[in-house]
Design a binder for this molecule. Structure first.
Ligand code: 9MR
Length: 369
């Protein structure tokens, strides 16, 4: 009888112990330590990929800099390394802002993504003009591109670990392949391969990316895939694709994003999300007449954004073997380039921190896994 009671007590104790174990394991899975304090995106994602943000030199002091250091372990210059700002005239490079960003990253042990060496936008007009103001020849333009790339990449050699070498070279229009930029119109598609070769020569250790937006549109995805395949087949040093990730709570679908990750990585290259933000407006919601309250962050937007962020970060984690970086475009909802685009002065709320730099609900969904 006594033996029977003891056996029952032990069995019940085992059951209680099991419950305690399940409960504590459940808590462990939750990254939120219930204090409402975040440990930092870079800590939660240390087993997955670096997490970055794009910055300007004005973000490197004050509360934004504290948040940057705590949350992120990678940085991209939002504008300072682009051809126009850094190379405003033929014999003049402006390094001050880019240097500040690089120094900040080095001082705080952060990785640096270089953005960008060759782009149709934010490139000073002199690049495409000869001394008489006419269009420059292909030979001269390629020589200028070479000089530009060699000078910029060499300066940050060993500090910038990855470069967006060519940005946005593919057209959005289904009937066209390459964007008819001055680069393309003067050089043809050759400038793309050359840019990668020269970047590789200047820093053989840097990871070289092709970077673009709307990479989840099926036709643009295919065009980019074909271009990358052609480059890789020709032995051009392309190591990765940057999916910019300028997405919204309405677009793209998870399936579209997963298709892009899988299609591009099938080429044997890495995938990074390089400019992530999740707009709370659909691309067609370009209202021009604003009434008070038009641009508040509604609970419907908030919930849709929570769901979107939760899903994409789950997908990024699942694909950690091919994704080797996720970078947000800007730091918090205090300021985003989307506050002015495509509708001037319309406030947007695309990031994981609010305007007071506090983690939003979406943040907790991203880190609690
Ligand atoms: O965020 C950048 C903004 O401050 C600039 O005014 C704009 C100029 O075109 O470029 C923005 O960054 C772009 C990035 O360099 C490339 N992908 C699209 C980004 C948003 O336009």
């Amino acid at each position: 009888m006594r033996y029977y009671i003891l056996k029952n007590v032990l069995r019940q104790m085992r059951f209680v112990l099991l419950l305690i174990l399940i409960a504590t394991t459940g808590c462990k899975k939750k990254n939120d330590d219930n204090t409402g304090q975040s440990k930092g995106l870079k800590v939660y994602y240390s087993d997955f990929f670096p997490v970055g943000a794009s910055v300007g030199s004005s973000n490197l002091t004050g509360d934004e800099s504290i948040l940057l250091i705590k949350e992120f372990n990678s940085i991209t210059a939002e504008n300072a390394m682009k051809p126009g700002p850094i190379h405003p005239s033929e014999n003049n490079y402006y390094w001050t802002d880019a240097d500040k960003i690089v120094d900040f990253a080095v001082a705080n042990g952060m990785k640096i993504r270089g953005h960008t060496l060759c782009w149709h936008s934010q490139t000073a007009a002199w690049m495409f003009l000869d001394a008489t103001g006419g269009t420059v020849t292909k030979d001269v333009l390629l020589q200028r591109l070479k000089d530009h790339i060699k000078t910029v990449v060499s300066r940050y050699k060993g500090k910038v670990y990855a470069w967006d070498v060519v940005n946005e070279a593919i057209d959005d229009d289904n009937s066209k392949i390459y964007r008819e930029s001055s680069w393309y119109n003067i050089c043809g598609e050759e400038y793309i391969a050359k840019a990668f070769q020269w970047a590789h020569e200047a820093d053989p250790d840097a990871l070289l990316f092709y970077n673009d937006y709307n990479t989840e549109s099926a036709s643009k995805r295919d065009k980019i895939y074909n271009m990358l395949k052609k480059l890789l087949d020709a032995g051009i040093p392309v190591h990765g694709i940057g999916l910019q990730g300028h997405w919204s709570i309405y677009w793209p679908s998870e399936t579209d994003i997963l298709s892009s990750i899988s299609k591009f990585s099938s080429l044997g290259i890495k995938v990074q999300i390089t400019e992530l933000d999740v707009s709370v407006y659909s691309s067609s919601a370009n209202f021009s007449v604003r009434t008070p309250g038009d641009d508040t962050f509604t609970s419907d937007m908030e919930q849709k954004q929570i769901n979107f962020y939760k899903a994409i970060f789950r997908d990024f984690r699942t694909n950690k073997n091919v994704i080797n970086g996720v970078t947000f475009w800007n730091i918090s909802d205090r300021h985003s380039w989307l506050d002015n685009f495509p509708v001037a002065n319309r406030k947007n709320y695309p990031l994981l921190f609010d305007k007071d730099l506090k983690p939003k609900k979406a943040y907790w969904e991203v880190v609690n896994f």
